[in-house]
Design a protein around this ligand. Structure first.
Ligand SMILES: [Zn+2]
Ligand SMILES: [Zn+2]
Length: 540
């Protein structure tokens, strides 16, 4: 049978990475990630997989980020029982990240069900529980970088350093006898997520050349990041921290708990040690960051700057808040301090509590140090919203909102194009994934002189291809689309309604007097009634 590859996530969007490869007698998944964009996309996490989990013989995990690993426990819950191949550091990080993902769901579902109970609505179930996550962790197989391992009969794979996250890898796969010509294997490469050059903690990405097919991420395909060295990155961070200093204020850094928090500890403690910053208490307010930091310390010898991380962890200014009480006490902290809290896009975790305490105060600064996906609270703040809703409460935004883009774990457009160029010759197609459409177009344009444009493909969700030696052929859809492509990676109506309500509240608050408010409410009411709907009665 000609091998087939189907894109079940990260198709013209950045989350939910999941690629299904059918080769010979079996099927395997490369990543099985959670959708993290708009509510419409996130609902996909609750739906059945568009394939039979018990029909998958093995999985390969490129790295521990939840948008690549987060649905593996659901896969196991739904019947998958094969091995999950990953590097040792990825397996270690997954051992804290997957239970954490289950924990976040438990909290969210509990809150949601409390609301639903009030309206006698049916309760919802979490996507999976901590027990499912534990069962999944029992299936991990630790593989070394650079060593071939067997995945299915006739299919072998090996990991290459992707320089994106502790343990991150690109994965090279060979399918025996499926290449052009007798005896030749079909050679595939999945980039995973690729780190930038000069990334703190990791060497530059590596991968083989001379392939048949390449699947490459495109997160920042349309972006030219200014060239940054370790020194220039740290200098800019130092400037931002100095500008944020206020005797009664705080600097909140929403941060991924894994890798970004550790990079910030390295840079902030070094700036203090070098006298570029005064001594400032740094509170790492994330139980996951605390646990992940211990794993980084364990793998310090594999890291570039591992010694810098260990030195930072010994600093007297670095504090990890473990309990909820310690975390709450941060809101009473006197004097300027820095809080590093997850999640990085403000979608969950303790950062939301810290934002509720600080976002409406002009002595605070919120500094974004990573990518903010469309539809997240982080992106809404970054886009300059004047009010935001956090956990059902509305807050005016008075804190300074700042962004620096030097801590990205992702290669930018020129680096991605260079990564693909270094893979040449590529006999057949390059599939671009893990990017919003403008990013994919941007990367495709950069490849114009490198590859024939017809050979750069951007699959849609659940699109499958036959990987013939002569070239990829798109297959007709197997069923109704799970999500029409125009609704992937877009703000959906939930976002629109939230924004509309906030705008109405703003307008009412800004109205000159009670009369002006009455007029505005009457006009809105009329607009609703003119919208074709029957005049609404309150409470109906
Ligand atoms: Zn990643
Ligand atoms: Zn990713």
């Amino acid at each position: 049978m000609t091998p087939r590859l189907t894109f079940h996530g990260a198709a013209r969007a950045v989350t939910g990475s999941c690629f299904r490869l059918e080769a010979g007698a079996g099927q395997l998944l490369i990543d099985c990630g959670m959708f993290q964009g708009s509510k419409t996309e996130k609902e996909l996490n609750y739906r059945a997989f568009p394939f039979r989990p018990d029909g998958i013989a093995a999985a390969i995990l490129t790295h521990a980020h939840i948008d690549h690993s987060g649905l593996l426990p659901k896969l196991v819950k739904d019947g998958f029982a094969g091995p999950i191949h990953a590097t040792a550091a990825t397996a270690d990080l997954a051992s804290v990240m997957l239970p954490d993902s289950a924990h976040i769901q438990a909290i969210e579902v509990e809150q949601l069900n409390r609301r639903k109970a009030r309206w006698s609505a049916a309760p919802v179930e979490p996507i999976y529980t901590g027990a499912d996550a534990d069962a999944c962790l029992g299936l991990f197989r630790r593989e070394s970088y650079g060593s071939w391992f067997d995945v299915l009969p006739g299919v072998r794979a090996r990991f290459w350093n992707a320089g994106h996250l502790l343990g991150s890898a690109s994965v090279e796969i060979e399918i025996a006898g499926a290449g052009a010509g007798p005896e030749r294997p079909l050679r595939l490469l999945f980039s995973g997520d690729i780190g930038p050059d000069f990334k703190l903690l990791h060497p530059d990405p590596e991968a083989p050349r001379d392939l048949d097919y390449v699947v490459c991420e495109a997160t920042y395909g349309d972006t030219d990041r200014p060239e940054a060295t370790d020194a220039s990155r740290r200098a800019l961070l130092g400037e931002e921290v100095r500008a944020a200093i206020h005797p009664n204020g705080a600097l909140l850094i929403p941060s991924f708990a894994v890798e970004r928090a550790q990079e910030l500890i390295v840079d902030l403690t070094r700036l203090m040690a070098e006298g570029e910053l005064p001594q400032i208490p740094i509170h790492v307010d994330s139980p996951l960051a605390s646990r992940a930091t211990r794993i980084f310390a364990r793998h310090a010898r594999e890291l570039e700057e591992g010694a810098g991380l260990l030195a930072g962890l010994r600093s007297r200014q670095v504090h990890f808040t473990e309990t909820v009480e310690q975390s709450k006490a941060l809101d009473r902290q006197q004097g300027f301090h820095i809080v590093i809290a997850a999640s990085g896009m403000c979608e969950a975790g303790r950062i939301r509590h810290r934002l509720k305490n600080w976002i409406w105060r002009d002595e605070a600064t919120v500094l974004f140090v990573g990518y903010q996906a469309e539809g997240t609270l982080g992106r809404i703040l970054q886009d300059g919203a004047s009010t935001v809703r956090i956990q059902g409460e509305d807050f005016p935004v008075r804190a300074r909102i700042r962004s620096i883009d030097l801590y990205s774990g992702h290669a930018d457009g020129p680096e991605l194009a260079e990564w693909i160029r270094e893979r040449l010759p590529i006999a057949r197609e390059v599939f671009l994934v893990h990017g919003e459409p403008p990013a994919m177009d941007g990367l495709a344009a950069r490849l114009a002189g490198v590859l024939d444009p017809d050979r750069v493909l951007t699959p849609v969700l659940d699109e499958g291809f036959e990987l013939a030696p002569a070239g990829a052929r798109s297959l007709p859809p197997a069923g109704a689309p799970r999500l029409p492509s125009e609704r992937v990676a877009r703000l959906d109506w939930h976002n629109d309604v939230s924004r509309l309500i906030l705008d109405i509240n703003d307008a009412l608050a800004d109205a000159a007097d009670e009369r002006a408010r009455d007029v505005l409410i009457r006009r809105l009411r009329r607009a609703l009634d003119d919208g074709g709907a029957e005049p609404r009665k309150r409470g109906s």
